[in-house]
Design a protein around this ligand. Structure first.
Ligand SMILES: Cc1cc2nc3c(=O)[nH]c(=O)nc-3n(C[C@H](O)[C@H](O)[C@H](O)COP(=O)(O)O)c2cc1C
Length: 216
């Protein structure tokens, strides 16, 4: 049975653009997979605990020597890995906060990277490949080539790179200039922002299918 893992991380609740976009993709996925099932993880509403040094050290110890905290941490890693392994498709909303990923996404990755669980300890090969992994990124500003802050977006490039170590080939759809309607100085950028949003919708629909009309 098809299975979707839908992950959100925006702290902005109903004002979040990434949540709206991941919901659009997930809704289209459900319409295309009526017998499919969904796991939803909200990293903002239900943040994972920061990885501690003791927990991290479990990566270098035989299981028989684990402390209770290390047993717990490995179980969490296994759960996060299993959520991905159970899914044919993963959709992850990735807002840009202070030129980087939300801390909750960083923590999710810190738990996920674990030789023996998500990588092969002998070869370092990633073990989470073989599924569609769609990142939907949102940025308040614009970071395209030729813009003053080109290269300042460290969220999407980092996430794609670190996921590749786990065998995941992530694709990114990005919507930029989401602050144009909010920050007065960005008023002239509103048309570009609308273009970016429309392009994001088109890209999502091309991957997941047209949005489903609301029933009367
Ligand atoms: C804490 C915080 C930090 C932010 N930092 C940046 C930033 O560094 N660069 C940027 O372009 N936008 C920044 N923004 C704006 C967000 O990228 C923008 O609101 C985007 O839509 C976030 O996705 P979301 O709407 O799903 O939360 C920031 C927003 C917040 C809440």
């Amino acid at each position: 049975m098809p299975h979707l893992l839908h992950i959100d991380s925006s702290i902005q609740g109903e004002a979040s653009v990434s949540r709206t976009l991941t919901a659009r993709a997930a809704q289209a996925w459900k319409a295309a997979n009526p017998d499919g099932t969904v796991t939803y993880r909200d990293l903002a509403a239900d943040p994972l605990p920061l990885l501690t040094g003791e927990q991290n050290y479990a990566r270098f110890l035989p299981v028989e020597q684990y402390t209770p905290a290390q047993v717990e941490a490995r179980a969490l890693t296994q759960q996060l890995a299993d959520e991905i392994l159970a899914a044919d498709t993963v959709i992850l909303g990735l807002p840009l906060y202070n030129y980087n990923a939300p801390a909750t996404v960083k923590t999710w990755v810190d738990h996920l990277v674990f030789p023996g669980v998500t990588t092969d300890p002998a070869t370092s090969e990633g073990l989470l490949g073989g599924r569609k992994f769609q990142v939907i990124a949102t940025r308040g500003g614009g970071y395209g080539e030729g813009t003053p802050r080109h290269g300042w977006d460290h969220a999407s490039p980092w996430l794609v790179q670190v996921l590749s170590t786990l065998g995941i080939e992530a694709d990114v759809i990005a919507v930029e200039l989401t602050l144009a309607g909010i920050v007065p100085a960005m008023e002239p950028l509103k048309p570009l922002a609308a273009e970016s949003l429309a392009a994001g919708h088109r890209d999502i629909d091309a991957v997941f299918g047209e949005p489903v009309a609301a029933s009367a």
